[in-house]
Design a protein. Sequence first.
Length: 244
Amino acid sequence: MKPDLLKRDVFLCHASADKNVYVRPFAEALDANGITYWLDEAEIGWGDPISSKINDGLARSSYVVVFLTAAFLVRHWPQTELGSALNLEASSGQVVVLPIMAAPEADVFQQYPLLRDKHYLRWQDGVNSAIEALTAKLGIEFKTQWIYSHPASYSGQVWIQIVAKAENRAVPHQCSVRWGPWEYRTQLNLGGHECTTLLHAKGNDGLSVPIILHISPPCHVVFGQGGPPRGLTLDINQGWVRDH
């Protein structure tokens, strides 16, 4: 489970009937490209208050990607989520809702005439096209140095997701992680995959020590706590070297 204190890039607004066809493939592509997201099945546990969890997810997400399908148009709950996101957009004056059209446009616009004025993407154009557009909107960077500090109060599993550029996915990546007096070095061989995730742990030390990661060729990097994103993982709890 991802922690409540973590901001998300996107909230995935959808009808439950669309999970297998649209939402889960899209979420897998987000994972592979280092884009964080809020998805109900990963965030809402047994006994949790659903409405407050969803409101919290909407509040902490930069954008709301909405899957406009035939099932969506007859489901009350996801339409309520979309209404909340559109209200936030109207009050803030900033773009929040990113529509993906998978139902006939006429049916969608009859129910949501305000969406006529929004540029939307078509599902039939492919997941990669949507991911490219989202990456550009989020301003995702590829750099050789990344710095992050976990909350001092957090204790448990932490992770570093490293996303390679498409043209470098078959190239070995030289990686070093420095955390206080400790350093871990490795060579990442992605084997053509988009990314890999380094898993390690943070103790209950009450400290927020910066992690400094160097990676070459340049990559996009996401830091997190709790359960890691899906995909290739490497446990780096062993092999740290302390400066003398």
